[in-house]
Design a protein around this ligand. Structure first.
Ligand code: UDX
Length: 428
């Protein structure tokens, strides 16, 4: 596994746990040294136990030596980052290409090279070209095998995937990959063999579709607020149609994370380069970009236009629960905005203080829910961590007329009404 980021580390550890010998390679020496001591660079439930267990058994190794690791392996997964280029929609593939070049210098026997990084359509073709500059065609095969791991659920998603997508037209490689994944296929995962380009597009299309689903329900939630309808009833009503499906229909803040925003942008870039229009995805991106402003406007209304000097608490600041990831989290737009308008912000997140807010004078981290909430005028439930679901805010908060803005709809509006708490949810 080349790259010990989210995808490489989780997949590598899980492959080792299935009985394979795995080397996780990274050029970051301090990261590799920490991993050798079972210090995990990311927050992912269950990952540390799995790393410890497989490292101890000897099936999982960590290394900074790419050349040696490539020579020792039959199957090589490229799992490096593909961020958006600065001020553009295009994905930055420099890491993928430089790894491909390094791999090409170390192939002496047949190798399967798999792109697990999320890459635009035809990146596989380019990787193949780079390697064929140094290596005979019959000595390697380049395959696309996208990942569908959700942060916070990554191990479960690896072990019980809905589907495994293998993009190759070569029979021999397909057979080897089918065998590698056979423990998961026997548990019910669908195995789909497509062309390499189709596999690459499946990854982008999946994320873009899910982002569309969320944006769709978020916009319906706006309408529900106007018409006094509960959007959760609508989600259940439409989601019960098997053609639509009930998942990813939870209205909330703008979607964030390391994938949806980046991948929707990259898909637009791919379409543009092919002179095709993906107007739906363009609209999704714009609607999502606008969502934090919309919710901030709602906060302004909830506070009767008086944001200055208000004490506002954010419970959860990461883009979703069970992760410490702040990438493209809507709190990054909301907290600085409210701070600029003169609000005094306290926040609590189970994954601790965030460097992103250190530069703001009136934004303070508290390491427990009580300290974060007790003097609050407004409590914003930003992330749906389980530990927020049963807190008795009436007991904790000292301000008499405090308000809750539940951006994840984790509380019941009826219960709040009974407790005489001023409560606002999303789409209700
Ligand atoms: C996503 C994909 O789900 C995964 O398959 C892919 O490989 C990587 O990107 P991830 O970014 O970890 O995973 O998070 P996900 O659970 O998909 O949530 C993404 C965003 O959508 C979050 O901001 C989340 O809060 C939001 N979301 C999700 C909603 O607002 N409503 C929903 O119903 C579901």
């Amino acid at each position: 596994m080349i790259g010990t980021g989210y995808v490489g580390l989780v997949s590598g550890v899980c492959f080792a746990d299935l009985g394979n010998d795995v080397i996780c390679v990274d050029k970051d020496i301090s990261k590799i040294n920490k991993l050798k001591k079972s210090i995990i660079p990311i927050y992912e439930p269950g990952l540390d136990e799995l790393v410890k267990k497989n490292y101890k058994s000897g099936r999982l190794k960590f290394s900074t030596n790419l050349a040696e690791s490539v020579q020792k392996s039959n199957i090589i997964f490229i799992c490096v980052g593909t961020p958006t280029k600065k001020n553009k929609y295009e994905a930055d593939l420099s890491q993928v290409y430089s790894v491909a070049k390094e791999i090409s210098l170390n192939i002496k026997s047949f190798k399967i090279i798999i792109n697990k990084s999320t890459v635009p359509v035809m990146t596989g073709d380019k990787v193949e070209k780079i390697i064929s500059n140094k290596v005979k065609k019959k000595l390697f095969s380049v395959i696309s095998n996208p990942e569908f791991l959700r942060e916070g659920e990554a191990i479960r998603d690896f072990i019980y995937p809905d589907r495994i997508v293998i993009g190759t037209s070569e029979k021999r490689s397909n057979k080897i990959l089918k065998n590698l994944y056979s423990p998961l296929i026997s548990k019910g995962a669908k195995y789909i063999n497509t062309s390499r380009r189709a596999a690459e597009l499946i990854k982008y299309a999946s994320n873009a579709f899910l982002a569309t689903k969320i944006t769709f329900i978020n916009e319906l939630a706006n309408l529900c607020e106007k018409l006094k309808i509960n959007v959760e009833d609508v989600s259940i009503g439409i989601g019960s149609d098997n053609r639509i499906g009930s998942r990813f229909l939870r209205a909330g803040p703008a979607y964030g994370g390391s994938c949806f925003p980046k991948d929707t942008r990259a898909l637009i870039d791919t379409a543009k380069k092919s002179k095709s229009s993906l107007s739906v995805i363009n609209t999704v991106i714009n609607s999502n970009n606008n969502r934090s402003k919309l919710l901030l406007n709602r906060i302004r209304k909830i506070l009767n236009n008086k944001i200055k000097n208000k004490k506002i608490t954010f419970l959860g600041v990461t883009f979703k629960a069970n992760t410490d990831d702040m990438r493209e989290s809507s709190s990054l737009e909301m907290i600085p905005f409210l701070n600029k308008k003169g609000a005094k912000i306290k926040y609590y997140d189970p994954t601790g203080i965030k460097t992103e807010f250190e530069k703001f004078k009136n934004v303070q981290f508290k390491n427990n829910i009580k300290d974060a909430c007790e003097m609050s005028d407004l409590i914003v439930i930003h992330t749906e961590w389980n530990e927020f679901k049963l807190i008795d805010l009436k007991k904790i908060v000292k301000k008499r007329n405090f308000i809750i803005f539940d951006m994840r709809n984790i509380y019941s509006a009826e219960k709040m009404k009974k407790q005489k708490i001023k409560y606002f949810g999303i789409g209700k």
